[in-house]
Design a protein around this ligand. Structure first.
Ligand SMILES: [Zn+2]
Length: 301
């Protein structure tokens, strides 16, 4: 049986938002079993925004939550770290609208959570177990989830760039590889898109300290942490966006050239159709089998 987990003691960090450029302090606090991940704007009288798909706001270059006009921006890297470390419940306090980008990966969040410690709680973790597949297509973009015994993610990207090109990776989440294989992968951007994005109010906090910056031929701030760091970051983002399901998934997710909008579309399509999945604890199948064999035995005595 797997149980829910929370952070053991409070942990904090500060930095700037990738898109807003605004300074922000963030604090992660333990939360009771069953409460999920809840953001709290301490600069707005502690207004809370739950990390679930009902609160997903506009999604383009980052995933944002919004409730009653209150925004929580760029949630995906922290939520990814929570899934990767198996944190089910936490309160995340912040004093501005966007989470800090830190080094552009989930590693600083992972380190601060591991340093604070992880506490197992007295409630069995309920998983969202896929029973049928769901496939979404949009032009040449694709995302799907298929039934599987555990959570895995495969991702393919194909950027017309000499350093990126076609990259493909598959990551099994339960074997503990998240921290080594996914968390350190940093976000990336193309310098020739930067002016346009800045004019749209994006990437105002981006720098060579928090983002892999590419021009048309090369990487301006190497070295890479992995030869395929770009596709690994897409896996990181996808795991963070799928955290908005509010449950860990038992299923195999496949994405090809998708992005935040398709990731969150998959979340809402899954939740909209309860015939696609069931909720289960990890040893429920064996419990059910025992229960039914007992029932059969009783019939014959
Ligand atoms: Zn990202």
């Amino acid at each position: 049986m797997k149980f829910e987990q929370t952070i053991r003691t409070a942990a904090e960090c500060s930095g700037v938002g990738l898109h807003s450029g605004a300074p922000v302090s963030l604090r992660i606090l333990p939360a009771p079993a069953g409460s999920g991940i809840v953001f709290r704007r301490v600069d707005l009288d502690g207004f809370t925004v739950e990390a679930n798909s009902r609160n997903v706001a506009r999604v383009s270059y980052a995933t944002s939550l919004m409730k009653k006009g209150v925004l929580i921006s760029t949630t995906e890297h922290l939520l990814s770290a929570f899934i990767g470390l198996g944190i089910d419940n936490a309160i995340v306090e912040l004093d501005n609208m966007e989470l800090p980008i830190l080094d552009g990966s989930a590693l600083p969040f992972v380190n601060m959570i591991e340093k604070a410690g992880i506490r197992t709680q007295r409630r069995a973790r309920v998983y969202l177990k896929m029973l049928r597949e769901l496939e979404l297509r949009e032009g040449d973009k694709f995302i799907a989830v298929y039934p599987a015994k555990s959570y895995s993610v495969s991702y393919t990207i194909n950027f017309p760039h000499p350093l990126v090109g076609r990259e493909e990776i598959q990551v099994e989440l339960p074997d503990g590889r998240y921290v080594q294989d996914v968390a350190p992968a940093r976000t990336f951007g193309f310098i020739h898109e930067a002016d346009l994005m800045r004019n749209q109010g994006l990437i105002r906090g981006a720098s060579t300290e928090n983002c892999l910056v590419l021009d048309r031929e090369t990487l301006l701030n190497g070295p890479l942490r992995f030869p395929d760091e770009f596709v690994r970051h897409k896996v990181l983002d996808l795991i963070g966006d799928l955290a908005l399901l509010g449950r860990q998934i038992l299923g195999s997710v496949v994405a090809d050239r998708a992005g935040h909008a398709m990731h969150t579309a998959l979340v809402s399509r899954i939740l909209r159709d309860p015939t696609l999945w069931e909720e289960t604890t990890l040893d429920e199948t064996s419990t059910l089998m025992r229960a039914s064999s007992l029932a059969t035995a009783n019939q014959w005595t």
